[in-house]
Ligand binder design. Sequence first.
Ligand code: UDX
Ligand code: UDX
Ligand code: ADP
Length: 470
Amino acid sequence: MKIKNICCLGAGYVGGPTMSVIALKCPEIKVTVVDLNKERILAWNDEDLDKLPIYEPGLADVVREARGRNLFFSTEVELAIEAADMIFISVNTPTKTYGEGKGMAADLKFVELCARQIARIAKNDKIIVEKSTLPVRTAETLQTILDHTGNGVKFEVLSNPEFLAEGTAINDLFYADRVLIGGKQTESGQRAIQSLVDIYAHWLSPEQILTTNVWSSELSKLTANAFLAQRISSINALSALCEVTEADVDEVANAIGTDSRIGSKFLKASVGFGGSCFQKDILNLVYLCRYFNLPEVANYWEQIIILNDYQKYRFAKKIITSLFNTVSGKKITFLGWAFKKNTNDTRESAAIYVAEHLIEDGAEIHVYDPKVSETKIKADMRYLWELKGVTDQKIEQKLQQIFVYQTAIEALDLTHAVAVLTEWDEFKTYDWESIYSNMYKPAFVFDGRNILDVKKLTTIGFQIKGIGKG
Ligand code: UDX
Ligand code: UDX
Ligand code: ADP
């Protein structure tokens, strides 16, 4: 079947960039991205491309070319569903914060609502593509809901997990290592797979387009993220060992990375990984293993999260012990709040947890991030405290300990310590001599990303502490 009309439910970090690139590369297909969030859609339609709701290098250029031609952003969900031959589900699937599987399982209520809505509206056969990260066997749930509409419409459900990383989303879409499409082994299942293969074939070669059964595809997504996160937790575990020996974690990473069986990527020790996927997907995997009564397997994967939490806590603790065992009333400047550079996304960012520990010890946190707003930072902290059951009154009090600035200079003025939480390039180019002259002494720098020039800063007079530096 030749696809002429695509609809995507969810105009977020995944749906927005992915559909923009599909529209750019397939000018003969009309692509409509819909969202319940009116403000988000307004921002996607803003004349000023700097106001797009997500920041991704290269995204504005893609939107400029395709928007209004064959790419549309709309809140008219029903119309878009009705018109589409293929519907991508790209809505949020956060970890459950209530009930059965709380804190572990993915909350599928948004996905389920999509399926029910599609089932209600559809008048002709459609291909449904699960794009959101989902637990294994979600496709089955979707199919069950869709097949019980009684209106005779046939649905084929495909799994097409997203592997793009934020901050490099456009590049990852243009030059994907691979795309993965899972579908049923039936004749109609294979036809549906082929329709989606034809879309990606507009810019990827056949070897880059892998097809599998639905379950393998769903499980591969969780596994890919678990493996990637596992590398970070492994190097972070070693960073703790490096700090108490004379070893340097970057040297160790470099030495092992040259073994082609290990490979050099994703071995950068840090204050801990963040982002919307790693933790959520691993928790999901762990939940799945427990569900199938595989406790040893569940515990193995869970250890990645335990180590990551330990790494964030260890960083905060190092700040406290270095500042003579208390940060009460002291000003700590955070450079960066996003979970990594080149994104305005802060979901699960290490900064949130480090801030929490320091605030607990009485610190004032002064934040500068080139892309993250004060509203966002405070909302992140409020969300965490609400989850922990902190009262509203207490939350308001704690929020008084956070200050957010438009420039780094203001955030760094008369501070006790600087903590680098995100690896933004601009931090490397600052005038560290004048920062030093404006700080309390001893002037501490805690480099949670190992991006600063240790020799230079030490010469200036800083006490600099990196991750995994003996
Ligand atoms: C990840 C996967 O990379 C992507 O394939 C999947 O589709 C979604 O999840 P993302 O979360 O956007 O992408 O970013 P990623 O670059 O993987 O970084 C995740 C976290 O790990 C960040 O906090 C980053 O700073 C950290 N990280 C990454 C390290 O600490 N060290 C590394 O070596 C690499
Ligand atoms: C290993 C290291 O590879 C080598 O660099 C080091 O110097 C010594 O230890 P070796 O033990 O000789 O070498 O064999 P290797 O090929 O690494 O295999 C080790 C075990 O892992 C074997 O039992 C092998 O069957 C198993 N293995 C290896 C797997 O089960 N799966 C794999 O994908 C690879
Ligand atoms: P992701 O990182 O997976 O893209 P986001 O939270 O950035 O997640 O985006 C998901 C988007 O999906 C949100 O903008 C949300 O408003 C939207 N959404 C959730 N449910 C629906 C629905 N039933 N129909 C349309 N959009 C939805």
